[in-house]
Write a protein of this length. Structure first.
Length: 183
């Protein structure tokens, strides 16, 4: 299927979804295109922002994630958001590493190429394309609330589980055609 038949482009400011729902309940599927295909994972933290005076996204990754390795290499990625009816399918992407398996062949979702050459999913209702701008490593000394320190301390108990913050400039936003909403 051709991407433009499925999605309509909107400006980042036209995203109607509540950011706390998108990143706290719906969860984005982060997808990176590679020369061999693509890899995807479910993100469990992040949001929308203005970074370097441009619309942006930010995500939190454990440093041992294969998808993070691919983001660093390819420097472009998408965030796909799905209706709840697809939850079981997209959560599968968080159950295996693409480093150890070909989970993209196993997942019951169809990938589709965006006009910028990134990969997303036909079943998504919202697709955000991003270009990597910054990766910052979280340092426990930089956090002041007890909850934040506990989160990071818990994360650092296993080797390779350091957290990194990934910032990406939003290059395109696409909404499902039959649910195209504008302000």
């Amino acid at each position: 299927m051709v991407f433009e038949q499925l999605f309509t482009q909107i400006a980042p400011e036209q995203i109607q979804d509540d950011v706390f729902t998108l990143f706290g309940k719906v969860f984005p599927v982060v997808t990176v295109r590679t020369v061999d295909g693509c890899n995807a994972m479910v993100a469990s933290g992040g949001g929308l922002a203005v970074h370097f005076r441009k619309p942006a996204t930010w995500l939190i990754f454990p440093t041992n994630r294969y998808t993070l390795e691919l983001i660093k290499k390819e420097q472009n990625y998408t965030l796909s958001f799905f209706d709840d009816s697809y939850r079981e399918r997209f959560m599968f992407l968080g159950s295996k590493s693409g480093r150890d398996s070909d989970k993209m062949k196993e997942v019951k979702l169809a990938t589709v190429e965006t006009p910028l050459g990134n990969m997303a999913f036909e079943e998504a209702r919202l697709v955000v394309e991003c270009k990597l701008t910054q990766i910052t490593t979280a340092n426990t000394e930089d956090f002041y609330s007890a909850e934040a320190k506990a989160y990071l301390t818990e994360a650092y108990t296993e080797p390779g589980e350091i957290r990194q913050y990934v910032f990406g400039e939003i290059t395109s936003v696409w909404t499902e055609k039959e649910k195209c909403r504008t302000k």
